[in-house]
Design a binder for this molecule. Structure first.
Ligand SMILES: O=P(O)(O)OC[C@H]1O[C@](O)(CO)[C@@H](O)[C@@H]1O
Length: 543
């Protein structure tokens, strides 16, 4: 059976027509014409309150988007996703990050074998290891307890761990965490310069153990370590997380110091596996388990909730509405919590590496837009940086506003100011400010008519800028797990509707191959085999 091109569905055609009817409607009027609007477009589940009413949709839009999901066989796709079918067809693998947080007694089969017992075994290894390191029972080569942990990894082997570790900083213990990702030697040396090898633990994290950045960084760190420590002590200070046990052993890390993972876990969805070892070390295994539990609850919500009330489904359908009908070029994610500083960068990999595809599941070039561009920064900082463009620029930028009802230190005065801004921005983006309002305001400030006429147009805000408000009770390991999993499933739904394979990343391979070629050219000092621009640049660099 051919996979469905979404643009050939009846729902798509109806959405096209519906879009023409609704595209100029102002959300201000939608609200004043329907007093029930907010209630109709709000979803509540556990500690999550998600309000999508400040979006340029009405009930018909929602119905048609749901019809699109049905025609694209979303329900069947979810079943295949969770049951371990090889939905990553270009790599012939299942996509089972959900198995990493499944209940202990769940049965999830990969190639006929239930993988849950093996997952539990690795979790037990993580738990025991973290407890020994945190308590100081397991020590470095001179008998001192560990004080610092360095995670060496890149992409999914870095972004998830660093983002969660920083997001859950409040729950952290005494261990100081460091993350080395970039192959930039300055990054490596800046990180290790003040570390004491006697009390530092290194985690080399690479699913494939072939990634140039991680192997180079790990080699440099190992050499630095061996400058002051005998080689036999490496096993006390270096552990690895990988699927590639032979390569790790080849690097000189003992088999008992390897935490395995599996090819059915995609790098950008791997923080729930042993890739999250740094998270578990930083916040303790019990908190790591709560993070997983939150994600498991979101998995259940996603599987069992009717699509109309289903948070990941509704968020995904909105992105399709803006991306494919409004032709919005990007989406912003604005967390109103400084702890979530790295959340937008984490989502950039999760979303853009997954859905940046232009060939559909039939192997044909798509003739519609896919993958959305994601960017963002925490509020209120971002209000003083790029919000001007969202409010008064020419581009339509739908934005997710993530906030928490309660702060962690309980400073109500700050929390109220932070959240006043959070609510105010979505209200301002919705309503804008009309010319009449601007004129009244200027008159009240005793501006002359001449001055009013001169400046009024600059002060008008058109409004009608869509936002989704994701309001969560409190930032905890569990709510963080739910939040991340919500976006993971949003990515899945987008991929199903766009009819693309979300779980490979062939697009990053070419650059890697060329980097290796150029590295070889540096050695041989021969740069002939390049386009003239690259050749000139290489010559200039080598001079
Ligand atoms: O964990 P590895 O195998 O070192 O890969 C790191 C990253 O490289 C990629 O394969 C490509 O950037 C990512 O998907 C992955 O997260």
């Amino acid at each position: 059976m051919k996979n469905i091109n979404p643009t050939t569905t009846r729902a798509w055609k109806e959405l096209d027509q519906h879009f023409k009817e609704i595209k100029d409607e102002h959300m201000r009027d939608m609200f004043s014409n329907d007093k029930e609007r907010a209630a109709k477009f709000t979803m509540q589940w556990e500690d999550f309150y998600v309000d999508i009413s400040k979006n340029r949709i009405n009930e018909t839009t929602r119905e048609l988007l749901l019809k699109l999901a049905e025609e694209c066989k979303l329900e069947e796709a979810i079943e295949s996703y969770f049951s371990g079918e090889a939905i990553n067809q270009t790599e012939n693998r299942p996509v089972l990050h959900t198995a990493l947080r499944a209940a202990k007694d769940a049965e999830i089969k990969v190639r006929g074998e239930n993988v849950v017992p093996e997952v539990e075994e690795v979790k037990e290894k993580i738990r025991a290891f973290c407890e020994e390191i945190i308590s100081g029972e397991r020590k470095g080569y001179t008998g001192k307890a560990f004080t610092d942990v360095v995670n060496i990894g890149i992409g999914g082997s870095d972004l998830g761990p660093v983002m969660v570790t920083e997001s859950l900083e409040f729950y952290k213990n005494h261990l100081k965490m460091h993350f080395i990702s970039n192959v930039d030697g300055d990054h490596v040396h800046e990180t290790i310069k003040d570390l004491n090898p006697e009390t530092t633990l290194f985690l080399v994290v690479s699913k494939t153990f072939t990634t140039m950045e991680t192997l180079s960084n790990a080699t440099t760190v190992r050499e630095w370590f061996l400058k002051s420590v005998p080689e036999k002590e490496v096993s006390k200070h270096f552990v690895a997380v990988s699927t590639n046990l032979e390569k790790v052993e080849g690097f000189g890390i003992d088999r008992e110091n390897i935490f395995p993972m599996w090819d059915w876990v995609g790098g950008r969805f791997s923080l729930w596996s042993a890739v999250g070892l740094s998270i578990s070390l930083a916040i303790g295994y019990d908190n790591f388990a709560s993070l997983l539990e939150g994600a498991r609850k979101m998995d259940e919500h996603f599987k069992a909730t009717p699509f109309k009330e289903n948070m990941p489904v509704q968020l995904a359908l909105l992105t399709i509405w803006y991306n494919n009908f409004f032709k919005a070029e990007s989406e912003a994610v604005i967390p109103y919590s400084q702890y979530l500083d790295k959340f937008p960068s984490y989502l950039q990999q999760a979303i853009m590496e997954s859905n940046g595809k232009s060939v559909d599941r039939n192997g044909e070039e798509v003739d519609y837009e896919t993958g959305t561009i994601i960017w963002g920064e925490p509020g209120t900082n971002s209000q003083h940086a790029f919000f001007q463009l969202i409010h008064q620029g020419t581009k339509l930028i739908p934005a997710d506003f993530i906030g928490f009802k309660r702060s962690l230190f309980g400073d109500k005065s700050h929390q109220d100011k932070l959240m006043a801004n959070y609510f105010a921005q979505t209200e301002a983006l919705l309503n804008g400010k009309s010319e009449a309002e601007v004129v009244d305001e200027l008159k009240a400030k005793s501006f002359s008519q001449e001055e009013i006429d001169r400046i009024k147009t600059f002060k008008v805000f058109k409004g009608n800028n869509p936002t989704t408000t994701i309001l969560i009770d409190k930032l905890t390991p569990e709510s963080m797990g739910k939040l991340i999993a919500m976006y993971e499933h949003q990515i899945f739904v987008q991929g199903v509707i766009w009819n693309i394979f979300s779980y490979d990343q062939w697009g990053v391979e070419l650059g890697k191959q060329l980097a290796n070629k150029i590295l070889a050219d540096f050695e041989s000092k021969s740069v002939e085999d390049h386009d003239s621009s690259t050749k000139n640049l290489l010559e200039f660099y080598l001079k």
